[in-house]
Design a protein around this ligand. Structure first.
Ligand code: MNH
Length: 476
């Protein structure tokens, strides 16, 4: 792709390209900072490699055309293949295991399947509230850490019938520590090409091998448990992968691919949802009016019952809570970018020639701040941007937190149901007090999360309402 003439950040220097002001730990936030004002197509150079970046709803809409473009397993995703192999997230489009696994696993993501996961999601939410009840009135809780425990338990238990015992541990489960190590290694590989082995060092490579072995050992354990006689035939993700043949070809997934899929679901299925819940709690506790509206909604649904037993239907009624999540994912889409590659030679934006196989990156925080779509103050947190009918006023591809096309997120409904349920229950149960001195600090490790964000929690006082209700009753 010929990138000469494309706008790029200032201070480009020979050999190093646009590395000034670029921090290997915050590539997304750097792009956000540089990208505003550079127009719909711009470029950044890493060493000698130009990377083409696209922003704005018009061009992202053009790239959403599945006839001309497809997912590209690009920088940062490609490095994850050591964990996910040809599993759903990291598979190249033409790898046969993608379609095979997609068709076998789709039944696990229907509305009916969500209803089946619901009781398990409620159970895990209660593990979180039990832990928070014990901390209520005490020192503040680390929000992202606890949301990560919750979402990992949820995907482990719904998908694989496996508990990491997250709420019984003071340290992260070894799988999680190994996963964080492997993700960090993958992220560093992105930035230290070319000549990775020299710069990353033998130690880091050995450490990574240990992390991968730790992760594999756990997954092999989970599979072995299920294969034991008497383990049952649960039709969860693992059950489907072990027993179901492809509806048309009759093929099964092979054991190595099943291992890749389990890693994929454990990683993709929790980091992103955990970040989404954390950002939602961050924005809510900074916007008292939104918080009050969300609390009023959950109180309408669950009343004064201190121990509600949420039904699937009730969660779908939490429309405002859902809007809060949508708006949080607009400002901080927790899977912050995707890549599109040209299926054939083509031109985008009427100006950039792409040859077949050329790719561009779509940083979602930039798309989601396009002022022509979101107005003069795209930074403002306004859940009502997602009020009924509002989406129709926007171009169809202005909001893409779950990606696009046939490689879009398979777990979208799962994530939304889980996050709405949990956020709703937390708002119903607790008074949440932020640290007034906290300044949002976003950490990036392929996904984004608020770092160091804590909340003081206490049980909501329902006695006033109860007293009012009692008075009303006695005067009646
Ligand atoms: Mn999810 C793909 C975002 C929750 C499993 N996910 C994607 C993509 C985005 C994304 C964006 C597309 C990436 C690309 O084009 O390269 N996912 C999210 C967000 C949340 C999320 C923002 C939560 C919020 N994802 C989940 C959950 C699961 C899951 C929960 C599993 C239960 N996601 C996947 C899988 C893919 C994916 C699997 C790959 C799908 C495919 O290519 O077939």
């Amino acid at each position: 792709m010929d990138t000469t003439g494309l706008p790029h950040p200032p201070w480009r220097i020979p050999f190093l390209g646009d590395l000034i002001g670029v921090h290997p730990r915050t590539p997304v936030q750097d792009t956000l900072r540089f990208g505003r004002g550079l127009g719909p197509i711009f470029t950044r150079k890493f060493f000698s490699r130009p990377i083409v970046i696209v922003q704005g709803a018009d061009l992202v809409g053009e790239l959403a055309d599945e006839k001309r473009f497809a997912k590209h397993v690009g920088l940062g995703v490609r490095e994850l293949r050591q964990i996910g192999g040809d599993g759903l997230f990291t598979a190249h489009n033409d790898e046969p295991n993608w379609q095979r696994a997609h068709d076998i696993l789709m039944p696990a993501f229907t509305q009916k399947s969500m209803q089946g996961y619901h009781p398990v999601m409620v159970d895990v939410a209660r593990q979180l509230t039990a832990a928070w009840d014990a901390r209520a009135g005490g020192p503040p809780v680390d929000v992202a850490a606890d949301m990560t425990k919750l979402t990992l338990e949820t995907i482990g238990q719904t998908g694989f019938g496996y508990s990491f015992g997250s709420f019984d541990r003071s340290e992260p489960h070894p799988y999680v520590s190994a996963m964080v190590g492997a993700l960090r290694f993958a992220q560093r590989q992105v930035f230290y090409l070319p000549g990775i082995s020299k710069i990353l060092g033998r130690k880091a490579i050995q450490r990574n091998a240990v992390d991968l072995a730790t992760m594999n050992a756990l997954v092999d354990d989970v599979i072995a448990e299920r294969s034991k006689p008497g383990a049952g035939q649960a039709q969860d993700l693992l059950g489907l992968m072990l027993s179901v043949r492809h509806p048309e070809t009759g093929e099964r997934l092979d054991p190595l691919n099943i291992r890749y899929q389990v890693h994929t679901f454990l990683v993709a299925g929790h980091e992103t949802t955990s970040g989404a819940l954390s950002f939602a709690l961050y924005y809510l506790t900074r916007h008292p009016a939104a918080l009050a509206q969300a609390q009023a909604e959950v109180d309408r649904v669950w009343g004064d019952d201190p121990e509600p037993d949420p039904t699937f239907q009730q969660v779908t009624k939490l429309r405002y809570v859902r809007r809060v999540l949508d708006e949080s994912l607009r400002l901080w889409p927790t899977a912050p970018a995707y890549f599109r590659e040209a299926r054939e030679d083509t031109v985008i934006g009427g100006r950039l020639k792409m040859n077949k196989g050329d790719w561009v990156i779509v940083p979602l925080p930039l798309l989601h701040r396009d002022p022509t779509v979101w107005g003069d103050d795209p930074e403002a947190f306004e859940p009502d941007r997602f009020a009924p009918g509002r989406a129709k006023e926007r171009p169809p591809h202005a909001y893409k937190p779950f990606g696009t096309g046939e490689r879009a997120c398979i777990g979208r409904q799962f994530a939304i149901h889980e996050a709405t349920l949990v956020l709703g229950l937390l708002l119903h149960r607790y008074e949440l007090k932020p640290d007034p001195g906290y300044q949002l600090r976003v950490t990036e490790l392929l996904t984004v999360k608020p770092a160091g964000f804590t909340l003081e929690i206490s049980r909501r006082d329902r006695s006033r309402d109860t007293a009012a209700a009692a008075t009303a009753e006695s005067s009646a």
